[in-house]
Write a protein that binds this ligand. Structure first.
Ligand SMILES: [Zn+2]
Length: 204
């Protein structure tokens, strides 16, 4: 067996996947002020994984390895922005094309002359699924084109595990509870609040 084949067969355990998110600081524990205004003890910044191409590719490889045997894909589709990097890694490993949808005036569209042929078997790849809104809108675009959604894959599901009506395989499922500031126990315990998602508070 040569080196390439060996690398191809490396599998990641759930524990190794979780550790990769912790090591890259994509997953942080503390007391966080989320952009929604709610507080949480968990902060997920998937971009910290996606900024590392080799790690992203390793996670994409594991995602594909976990799909049911015989899963056939003609094209990968991702919702912009975060989904594109993960989708690129997935599409590259599958040696298929990647298209992405973008939000224009609040609605998802396929722009840039991207087209879905009828009967195309489309794998949808997203980075983080919170409520699954973007994925649902992309599914609607695939259905409109009379193409077929094979399944949905994601790097992280934030615990909501939405029913997309198609097989759904998040690599990591993470319960990330959040509370209103009034009901936040961390506030009551006087734990220092961080605002990692807020650009206005970041030092320039
Ligand atoms: Zn709080």
């Amino acid at each position: 067996m040569n080196q390439t084949e060996k690398t191809d067969t490396i599998r990641l355990s759930d524990q190794q996947i979780l550790q990769a998110f912790v090591d890259s600081k994509a997953l942080q524990k503390g007391h966080f002020h989320l952009t929604s205004g709610r507080h949480s003890d968990t902060y997920i910044q998937c971009a910290r994984v996606l900024e590392q191409p080799r790690l992203t590719i390793a996670l994409a490889r594991e995602t594909i390895a976990r799909l049911p045997a015989g899963t056939a894909v003609d094209m990968v589709a991702s919702p912009a922005v975060g989904g594109i990097l993960f989708g690129f890694a997935v599409a590259s490993i599958l040696d298929k094309n990647l298209i992405f949808s973008e939000r224009v005036e609040g609605r998802m569209h396929l722009r840039r002359s991207f087209a879905l042929a009828p009967q195309y078997r489309v794998l949808i790849a997203e980075d983080v699924v919170t409520t699954g809104g973007s994925v649902r809108e992309l599914i609607a675009l695939v259905e409109e084109a009379k193409a077929e959604v094979v399944s949905v894959v994601a790097l992280i599901d934030r615990g909501s595990k939405p029913d997309f009506g198609y097989p759904y395989y998040p690599l990591l499922t993470l319960e990330a509870p959040s509370w209103s500031p009034q009901e936040c126990k961390l506030c009551q315990n006087g734990k220092k609040l961080q605002s990692p998602g807020s650009r206005s508070l970041a030092k320039r």
